[in-house]
Design a protein around this ligand. Structure first.
Ligand code: PKZ
Length: 213
C-alpha cells in the first residue's frame, strides 16, 4: 500500500483536472439520467449500445489497477479515483472539501443516485461521507486511517442540498479523535465520532494537501 509520486507541475495538475472534470460530470449526469429516464424500451436499447461503444473506446487504453493515491512533489494530493472526492470517479458526489479555522467543511448536493429510504440519503452514504471528512480533518499532518467510527442518525437526511463539517477534538500521539455532522436547512441530521490513526509507516511522510480531490 503506497502513495505514488506523480512528478508533474501544478499547472499540469490543473490542466488534467480541467480535462477530466467535465467527463466525470457527464458520467455522473448519465447515472442520474438512467435512474430517472422514462423513455421507451427501443430508446433504452439504442442508449445501451451507444454507451457500450463509449466504454469500449475508453477501455482501449487502461491502467492495470486502480488509479492509486498520488501526490506531486509540491505535495498536492491527487486522489482522483477516491470514492468521495475523486476527480475521475463519477460515483463520488464529489465533496469539495474546504479547510476552515476549526477543521473542514463542504456544501454538496446528493441526488437520486444516493437514495436509501424514499427521498432520503442511504445511511451508508452518510457514513462514507462523514468517514472521509473526519479523516480529512484528522489528516492535518499525514493521512490518517480510520480505526473506529460511530454514526448517530438523528433523523432522515433528505436528498438535496446539504452541508457537512468535521473537526478534531483530541490528539494523543498518532491517534486523533474527530467529530462531524451532516446538516440540511433545518439543522443536523446525523453526527459522527471516530478514532483516526497515523500509521507508523507514514510518520516521516511530508504533509499532503488532500482537499482538492
Ligand atoms: C488514508 C487514505 C488516503 C486517501 C486519500 C485522500 C485523503 C483525504 C484525507 C484523508 C481522509 C481519509 C479518510 C478515509 C480513511 C479511510 O477510509 S482508511 C480505510 C479504512 N481503515 C483501514 O483500512 C485501517 C485498517 N487498520 C490499520 O491499518 C491499522 O490497524 C491502523 C488503524 C493503522 C492502526 O495500526 P497501528 O498504527 O499499528 O496501531 P497501534 O500502534 O496498534 O495503535 C496506535 C493507537 O491507536 C489505537 N488503535 C489502533 N487500532 C484502532 C482501532 N481500529 N480503533 C480505535 N483505536 C485503535 C490503539 O489502541 C493505540 O492507542 P494508544 O494505545 O496509543 O492510546
Amino acid at each position: 500500500m503506497q502513495f505514488i509520486l506523480e512528478d508533474i507541475a501544478e499547472a499540469e495538475v490543473e490542466r488534467r483536472r480541467g480535462v477530466y472534470t467535465p467527463l466525470t460530470d457527464t458520467v455522473r449526469d448519465l447515472v442520474d439520467a438512467v435512474i430517472r429516464t422514462e423513455v421507451g424500451e427501443d430508446a433504452l436499447a439504442v442508449a445501451q449500445r451507444r454507451i457500450a461503444e463509449i466504454v469500449a473506446d475508453l477501455r482501449s487504453e487502461q491502467m492495470d489497477g486502480p488509479y492509486g493515491v498520488r501526490h506531486t512533489r509540491e505535495n498536492t494530493g491527487m486522489a482522483w479515483g477516491n470514492a468521495v472526492i475523486g476527480v475521475r470517479n463519477a460515483l463520488a458526489p464529489p465533496l469539495n472539501v474546504e479547510h476552515v479555522d476549526d477543521g473542514v467543511r463542504c456544501e454538496f448536493t446528493l441526488g437520486a443516485a444516493y437514495e436509501g429510504p424514499p427521498g432520503c440519503v442511504h445511511g451508508g452514504v452518510c457514513a462514507m461521507l462523514l468517514d472521509h471528512l473526519l479523516g480529512n480533518a484528522a489528516s492535518y499532518e499525514s493521512a490518517c486511517y480510520t480505526g473506529t467510527i460511530t454514526i448517530r442518525y438523528l433523523r432522515p437526511t433528505r436528498l438535496g442540498a446539504l452541508t457537512a463539517r468535521a473537526w478534531v477534538t483530541e490528539q494523543t500521539g498518532r491517534k486523533r479523535i474527530a467529530r462531524g455532522t451532516i446538516s440540511d436547512a433545518e439543522g443536523v441530521t446525523c453526527e459522527a465520532e471516530g478514532v483516526f490513526i497515523v500509521p507508523r509507516s507514514a510518520l516521516d511522510a511530508p504533509p499532503v494537501r488532500w482537499s482538492a480531490g
